[in-house]
Ligand binder design. Structure first.
Ligand code: ZN
Length: 359
């Protein structure tokens, strides 16, 4: 027996589809029931491209035990599924325990790709968090650790030093070679940059720029030309502007970065750069619709902000086939067309994950 539904994409004509187990199939005479979705708009799911399933809040970066990291996964994973977020890029954590989300029941979590322990040199990130790798050891470290089933390596490219401000963690040649060896291991590289290592990270060939408030126009064009991604995490950027205050040097840096993000987003849309929505703990798990609205408020169209929070991430993880016969039966329905109003992403009306209706 199959279940019949109607798919109305944000653009294009409606069509009928049936659900058979965890897959979509062509409607046929085996359909014994139907769900009336003809009045709703369908996306293959929402996506969060910068989440940390082993943590529950930004404070956890001060240090989380492996037991706590592991214990957090079921609840944080489900918090996404129940809001229609069906694809997650987990951008790393304190240890490789992050990879355990891949072992969690696929019905109870989004489709995930995961980075392991975050890589930085001594002084180049939160002390004791992730793995400390000095510049001369970076390439060998990535060579020996990149080939995990998570598919991602996470490197911190810049970080403030007390009294002297933000500094670049790794020289360009080391970062460039690290990217080469990661790619040889079929892994992709995500780089944290909140200051001025953004251009070097782009020049080094990294796949995804996390935060990246100081990307230049040339960086955006280079990244777009090679199919790279930019995850601006505006909710996170805004959090730090408010937390540090504009009278502090850190707060001024984050405020300037937010202005630059706002200037860059329309250009990113114009040149077809893959922009992805990321919550990064500043926005609670499951509430990526908040970041979607911020992307719109800071310069993307409603259409582009919706794509950044949905299909662009599906494309990026290789799920280019969806909402058709033979594809995983993932679909989320919204009461209005999200291409016309991105705020509708906060109001999913029906979520079907791997063929099952989520209450
Ligand atoms: Zn993060």
């Amino acid at each position: 027996m199959t279940t019949l539904i109607t798919i109305q994409p944000p653009e294009g004509n409606p069509y009928d589809l049936a659900i058979d187990g965890t897959e979509f199939v062509d409607p046929d005479d085996r359909a014994t029931e139907g769900i009336d979705t003809a009045h709703l708009w369908a996306l293959p799911g929402l996506a969060d491209a910068h989440a940390h399933l082993t943590m529950t809040a930004l404070d956890d970066i001060a240090g989380t035990s492996e037991e706590t990291m592991k214990a957090n996964i079921p609840a944080t994973a489900w918090a996404h599924v129940e809001r229609g977020i069906l694809v997650i890029l987990d951008k790393g954590g304190n240890t490789d325990v992050t990879l355990l989300s891949l072992d969690h029941d696929a019905d109870l979590r989004p489709h995930v790709e995961v980075a392991g322990a975050m890589i930085h040199p001594d002084g180049g990130y939160m002390k004791g968090y992730g793995v400390e790798v000095e510049p001369e050891d970076l390439v060998e470290h990535v060579r020996s650790t990149a080939a995990t089933r998570g598919g991602w390596v996470k490197i911190v490219a810049d970080w403030p030093r007390r009294g002297t401000g933000p500094a670049t963690n790794y020289p360009l040649d080391a970062l460039t070679e690290a990217v080469v060896v990661a790619h040889e291991a079929a892994a992709r590289v995500a780089v944290h940059t909140m200051a001025h290592a953004a251009s070097e990270a782009v020049a080094a060939g990294v796949d995804s720029i996390e935060h990246g408030p100081f990307l230049t126009e040339e960086d955006l064009r280079l990244l777009a030309a090679r199919g790279g991604a930019w995850v601006p995490t505006i909710g996170n950027q805004t959090y730090w502007v408010n937390a540090l205050g504009e009278e502090s040097s850190g707060g001024r840096l984050f405020a300037a970065g937010l202005d630059q993000i706002t200037a860059n987003l329309p250009l990113a849309e114009e040149i077809g750069l893959t922009v992805l929505a990321g919550s990064d703990l500043a926005i609670p798990h499951g509430q990526i619709a908040t970041e979607a609205k911020l992307l719109r408020d800071h310069g993307l169209s409603d259409r582009a902000a919706t794509i950044a929070t949905s299909t662009a991430a599906f494309d990026y993880v290789g799920r280019t086939e969806r909402l058709g016969p033979g594809d995983t039966a993932d679909v989320v329905f919204f009461p209005e067309n999200p291409y016309e109003d991105v705020t509708t992403l906060d109001r999913p009306e029906l979520i079907i994950h791997r063929g099952r209706v989520i209450d």
